[in-house]
Design a protein around this ligand. Sequence first.
Ligand code: IPD
Ligand code: CA
Ligand code: CA
Length: 257
Amino acid sequence: MDIEKIDYLARLWIMEAATKIKQSFKETLDIDTKSGRNDLVTNMDKETEAFFVKQIKEHFKEHRLFGEEGMSDEVTDLNGVVWILDPIDGTLNFVEQQRDFSISLAIYQDGIGYLAYIYDVERDELYFAEKGKGATVNGKSIPKMNKTMDLQDALLIANLSVTKKFPTVWEAVKVSRGLRLHGAASLEYMDVATGRAGAYLSANLAPWDIAAGKIIVEELGGIVTRIDGSEINMLEKGSSIVAAPKIHQTLIDNYLP
Ligand code: IPD
Ligand code: CA
Ligand code: CA
């Protein structure tokens, strides 16, 4: 695949999509619910995904898009080049707070993640990684993750679904420096990537929530697995633990089933 061309266009499209999302702050959103009253989708989620579908079809005919709003191909394998998109990660934040949401985009080829972009729209921060070449935020290198950081020296991020399913996570929270949560999985991943938190645990995330975050975190030496320590299949929903290496081991060994 032509990494340079993909990278150039992906950045252009993310910025164009973000401009439209910011303009929508002044307009009335169409808001629908999906699986429940707090699982929202807006016209901007759909318009953003539709914009990427149109651009990818026009510029990369053989590529597929695997997106949350299901506006493109039905993806049941990761053969060839697949763009994995969450058009707005943190839709509830987008609607309620107009902050703490992102556009999250990853480009995989034959199941391997090569390019990752997480754009924190309100903070104007673009996290980026290319496989084997490190990670940046707004072009500035992100230092490798601290390999020796212990649970007691780090903030933990966990949501209610995970503490309900795995109550022992509360014990880990008590040992840690405290609990934090944004409500946008991609940005929780970036908190761990940058060392602002030691780990983030979630009971049920979709491929588009984590596809880009996983590439960025792994590029910096962090560990991403299911909560039982197994590898993540990027076609399935499931639990996720992303952490600095030592904290990942501590959580798996002492605080998780
Ligand atoms: C959600 C957010 C949230 C996580 C949910 C996701 P959405 O994504 O990432 O933090 O807890 O599981 O579904 O629906 O806002 O794209
Ligand atoms: Ca999401
Ligand atoms: Ca979303």
